[in-house]
Design a protein. Structure first.
Length: 284
């Protein structure tokens, strides 16, 4: 893999910080870059807390933990990404922001580096014109929290080369993840596409008076084995976030099944956004 055992992660939010430390746990030297020094510090502190908790529970060796933390170097200078064989972008889920970031990444990334976007809703083809040699560009979608969740969706864009796909799959495996190949772009890729369409169907059933919120969640939890029902999950994610994801799906696909339903829109308009506001579908 070009760049040897060096990975760069651009964006130090909850996802970026943990992706960086997951790679460091598996022996990579990692450059974690953000424009905001306070984000870098917070990412370091949160990952250190999570990894040291594993040490306390006997699930991680003390020296492995401390060595991993030491392998992550932080910087506000995007030029730091040079020399990496893999560059992962994990900034805000905003198309304009990501396009600007990829233009800057393209200026500094090595020519042979693969470039992945961690976006869960924006396919790489929406931004490939911002990347020099877009054949190395694709979605490499981690799930939250990256230090725990095993799945990584590797999504081939129409511009993506076989080599880039293979290298992304190998990289995911090399940091202890289970990659799945999504051979063509589709809104929501695999897991989130199934999840949010299922959530929409649950809302249709409740909105139509077929079942209560509580009984729908009980049915899905007990019959399908979900850790929590679709309405409890929507409250956890945030109803405004759910609405935004569905609205983006409606815009990108033109399919009515993605259009946010009144049962959701009304709650968001009233400021009842789930757990973070104390009221939603199951929070009151």
């Amino acid at each position: 893999m070009g760049g040897g055992r060096v990975v760069s992660v651009v964006g130090a939010g909850a996802m970026g910080g943990q992706i960086a430390h997951q790679a460091a746990l598996h022996g990579y030297d990692v450059h974690l870059v953000s424009r905001k020094p306070e984000r870098l510090q917070a990412a370091r502190e949160e990952s250190a807390r999570l990894l040291r908790r594993r040490v306390e529970r006997g699930k991680l060796d003390h020296d492995e933990c401390e060595n991993a933390l030491a392998r992550v170097r932080t910087s506000t200078d995007l030029a730091m990404i040079g020399g990496a064989g893999v560059v992962i972008e994990s900034v805000a889920e905003d198309r304009d922001v990501k396009r600007e970031v990829f233009q800057r990444i393209s200026e500094h990334a090595d020519e042979n580096a693969i470039i992945g976007t961690n976006s869960s809703t924006l396919a790489s083809s929406l931004m490939e014109d911002c990347v020099k040699n877009p054949s190395r560009f694709l979605n490499v979608h981690f799930f939250n929290p990256p230090l725990v969740m095993a799945l990584v969706e590797v999504v081939r864009g129409p511009h993506t080369s076989d080599d880039a796909v293979q290298r992304a799959m190998e990289f995911a495996r090399s940091i202890g993840k289970t990659p799945v190949l999504v051979a063509k772009e589709a809104y929501g890729f695999v897991a989130n596409r199934i999840l949010f369409i299922a959530m929409q169907e649950a809302m249709r059933l409740v909105e139509g008076g077929y079942v209560s919120v509580e009984d729908c969640d009980l049915a899905v939890h007990n019959a399908l084995g979900w850790p929590m029902g679709p309405f409890a999950l929507a409250d956890l994610v945030g109803l405004d976030v759910v609405e935004a994801i569905l609205a983006e799906g409606h815009q990108q696909t033109g399919e009515e099944r993605w259009a946010p339903l009144p049962i959701l829109r009304d709650r968001v308009a009233e400021g009842h956004l789930g757990r973070k506001t104390g009221r939603g579908f199951t929070s009151s």
